[in-house]
Write a protein that binds this ligand. Structure first.
Ligand code: PLP
Length: 404
């Protein structure tokens, strides 16, 4: 493995080895090129970087703590477990790191309107929030099924002044919402920036989103060195499109001693249409602008997916993850719905922290691994978000009752 090659990707055309690139209709080529040019200009601009760190600190609440989970560590009896507390960020998840960054790019480009897709609603809320803060018009596309599952987030977006457009096509979830957002972008590109919410899609989105999320790993690296005077042995993060995971992993890619595990949604088990673990049942294909691992049938039809967590419930995974897996730099596994639910309850009761169901997948993997590791080894797990949005769903699943 050439670690240098890993950290220096993508190439100029957005390729991570055979993955990534730009597979879009002609009408989107020019907007993507414009976005790419402006983003890379902004990246080199000290003024832009200053402004970005200002808002991350003053508005979002960075840096987030790297918190030693003492009781969870004791209960599992192995490695020392640290939680990277992205759940403490404004709006409740890591999504705002990227939404702030892209809103600043949109402003530089003179765009007065932003649009976004959302699954569980976390990215929609983050986008609606930064749009309100910067005075931008905002439209959020959300599958009609997701609108019902995540009604609280729909109301939050509306309170923030965003227009929420339910999408009734197909499975009525995230994939269809992305299609609608792309259609809107093609039509309104002169005034509009599309704030894509994960490390996915056509170049430059995967690299841009990764670079806005790497603040997670940059902080975690500094924090663990302060606390333990050495690097961790293992990083663990859940993988939907892959933005919180690549954000944590990226700054450690060249540290050969740091192992990394990405955890996908195993749903009800690895059978067609019952999970969203792209590296288990998936194959190479093109979906929504990029080439990556995709859950599809023999004819290239996108398969239905299932996960208890809407944020991991998507048929494709970010291209950089496909590359890191080929390089054996990151290992990918999955946690099933029931393991995630158990981890959700356990973290609440042992640590006083209710995680997002997405993050609970990463915690489930830590519960598996920590007991088999030395007591002096170190795990950093990314707590990508908090669980308030999932409370009603978990109450249903685990059968909590109102006291009589
Ligand atoms: C959206 C979301 C995810 C999944 O998205 P990634 O891009 O894979 O990080 C994970 N956790 C939370 C809390 C989310 O809101």
């Amino acid at each position: 493995m050439s670690s240098i090659a890993n950290a220096s990707l993508p190439d100029a055309l957005g390729h991570f080895g055979p993955y990534g690139g730009r597979f879009v209709p002609e009408t989107l080529m020019h907007p993507l090129q414009e976005l790419e040019a402006e983003y890379f200009r902004a990246r080199q601009d000290a003024g832009f970087q200053r402004e970005l760190s200002y808002y991350l600190r003053e508005f979002c609440g960075r840096p987030t703590p790297l918190y030693f989970a003492e009781r969870l560590t004791r209960e599992l009896g192995g490695a020392k477990i640290y939680l990277k507390r992205e759940d403490l960020l404004h709006t409740g998840a890591h999504k705002i790191n990227n939404a702030i960054g892209q809103a600043l790019v949109a402003r530089r480009m003179g765009k007065s309107r932003v649009i976004a897709e959302t699954g569980a609603g976390q990215h929609g809320v983050a986008t609606a929030t930064v749009a309100a803060m910067f005075g931008l018009k905002c439209v959020i596309y959300m599958g009609a099924v997701d609108c019902e599952r995540q009604a609280l987030n729909v109301y939050r977006m509306k309170m923030l002044g965003a227009e929420v457009m339910p999408v009734h096509a197909g499975q009525k979830t995230l994939k269809e919402a992305i299609n609608e957002a792309m259609r809107d972008w093609v039509t309104n590109v002169r005034t509009t920036h599309y704030i894509l919410g994960t490390a996915y899609g056509a170049h430059p989105y995967p690299v841009m989103v990764r670079n806005f999320q790497r603040v997670i790993g940059d902080e975690a690296r500094r924090q663990i060195l302060e606390k333990e005077e050495r690097l961790p042995d293992l990083l663990v993060a859940c993988v939907g499109g892959g933005s919180n995971a690549i954000g944590l992993f990226y700054p450690f890619l060249e540290d050969a001693g740091v192992k990394m595990v990405g955890v996908e949604a195993g749903g009800l088990g690895i059978r067609p249409e019952q999970h969203a673990a792209r590296f288990q049942g998936g194959s190479l294909g093109v979906l929504q602008g990029t080439r990556s691992y995709i859950l599809q049938d023999e004819n290239g039809q996108i398969q239905l997916t299932h996960s208890v967590s809407a944020g991991l419930d998507y048929a494709a995974v970010g291209p950089e993850h496909a590359w890191l897996r080929d390089q054996n730099r990151v290992e990918y596994t999955y946690a099933k719905d029931d393991a995630a639910l158990e981890a959700f309850m356990k973290l609440g009761r042992l640590e006083g922290i209710i995680p997002a169901l997405e993050s609970a997948h990463a915690v489930a993997e830590v519960i598996e691994r920590a007991p088999g590791m030395n007591k002096d080894s170190l795990i950093v797990v990314n707590l990508s978000g908090r669980g308030d949005k999932d409370v009603a769903q978990v109450v249903d699943k685990v059968g909590l009752q109102m006291p009589k």
